[in-house]
Design a protein around this ligand. Structure first.
Ligand SMILES: C[S@@+](CC[C@H](N)C(=O)[O-])C[C@H]1O[C@@H](n2cnc3c(N)ncnc32)[C@H](O)[C@@H]1O
Length: 221
């Protein structure tokens, strides 16, 4: 087990569960705002099927289920058993029977092949991404389906003074300097593969960003 997986399995699950009660901390408030904004961009409707990539402790599930109702469904993927245990706890407490959790490493997960169907929306809130994972997440969308990703991005200009209270604490959650700088690549991929791409960085010193887009009805390539 590598160190990131160990941290996500053993150390962070309880912390993530506290997220909804920590909204009074300025940076957490903006983090939550960013995650909810990403869900808004998905423009979810009753009956939609949503793939939540890096579902973690299930923080987003309630917001999504409010929109898709009991006729919709969610597939949540994450590689950390500890995180999924917390998510399952939330599911059981709320008696949601339309959420399925899948324990998989996204670097190996082939959503389209493994699900056997396409989904209406994909969400990756502060989740694991690399170029191939992102392409696969777009592939599993139905034509016209929406994807939203969110996460930190590099600070610019005078805002760099915020690094000690943004990037540095986030290193405890596995954020690296490289992954911080990868966000611009993912924006470029969404612009290439999707239509109506929007970017919203109206948060903490523009540190958190949401990028969302719609899969074309006719293939762009
Ligand atoms: C920062 S948390 C975000 C969780 C959730 N989306 C939220 O906003 O509360 C990142 C999640 O990504 C998961 N993760 C990291 N790398 C992964 C990988 N390679 N495959 C699957 N999940 C991964 C971690 O286990 C963790 O639950």
């Amino acid at each position: 087990m590598n160190i990131t997986k160990y941290i996500y399995n053993q150390i962070l699950p309880k912390l993530f569960k506290l997220q909804s009660r920590s909204g009074w901390i300025p940076i957490v408030k903006d983090l939550i705002k960013t995650k909810k904004r990403a869900i808004e961009y998905l423009d979810l409707r009753a009956g939609n099927t949503v793939l939540v990539s890096s579902v973690g402790a299930g923080f987003e599930l309630g917001f999504i289920l409010q929109k898709i109702g009991t006729t919709g469904s969610v597939i949540g993927v994450d590689f950390a058993q500890g995180m999924l245990r917390e998510a399952q706890d939330v599911i059981n407490k709320n008696k949601w029977n339309n959420v399925q959790l899948v324990q998989r490493d996204l670097r190996e997960y082939q959503p389209e092949h493994e699900l056997g169907y396409k989904v209406d929306a994909v969400l990756s809130n502060f989740g694991y991404l690399d170029d191939e994972v992102l392409v696969r997440l777009i592939e599993v969308l139905k034509p016209g389906g929406r994807i939203a990703i969110s996460g930190p991005q590099p600070l610019t200009g005078f805002r760099k003074i915020l690094y000690p209270i943004t990037f540095i604490p986030e290193m405890a959650f596995g954020l690296t300097w490289k992954s911080l700088h990868d966000m611009s690549k993912y924006m470029a991929t969404l612009r290439k593969e999707c239509n109506d791409v929007v970017m919203n960085e109206n948060t903490f010193g523009k540190y958190f960003v949401v990028v969302a887009g719609q899969k074309p009805i006719i293939d762009k390539n």
